[in-house]
Design a protein. Structure first.
Length: 127
């Protein structure tokens, strides 16, 4: 698959999720409270670091040690884990806010859009 095309599609998906996130925030009446400004900010940083560390250990083990191709589903699994972790901390540390609902909707959009985009792109010939 052509890397330039795939990166362009990821950029478009990111822009679409950002715009939908802003629209959902207005729809739910959610004020953007930064998780870093709460007690959960430090917990979030440490948790993301641990999750990404586990992911990189798996990639190194599969890719370098075992010389296998790393499946794209691992990337989706990491995205899902990070977004679910963020939603959990928003629910716990930002009381009275529906910001965690917005994060869960973003997760659903990403988990739908990325595999769909991959399926669509794989049908086009690579130049």
């Amino acid at each position: 698959m052509n890397l330039v095309i795939w990166m362009s599609v990821i950029g478009l998906i990111t822009a679409a999720v950002y715009m939908l996130s802003k629209w959902i925030s207005r729809l739910l009446g959610v004020e953007g409270v930064d998780l870093e400004e709460t007690k959960g900010g430090k917990v979030f940083k440490w948790g993301c670091g641990i999750l990404l560390g586990i992911y990189f250990v798996i990639i190194i083990n599969l890719g370098i040690v075992n010389e296998q191709e790393v499946p794209g589903s691992y990337i989706l699994l990491v995205i899902a884990a990070l977004w679910l972790y963020k939603a959990l901390l928003e629910w716990k540390y930002i009381k009275g806010s529906k910001q965690y609902i917005r994060t869960l909707i973003e997760l659903i959009i990403l988990m739908t859009a990325i595999p769909l985009a991959h399926k669509i792109i794989s049908h086009f010939p690579v130049f």
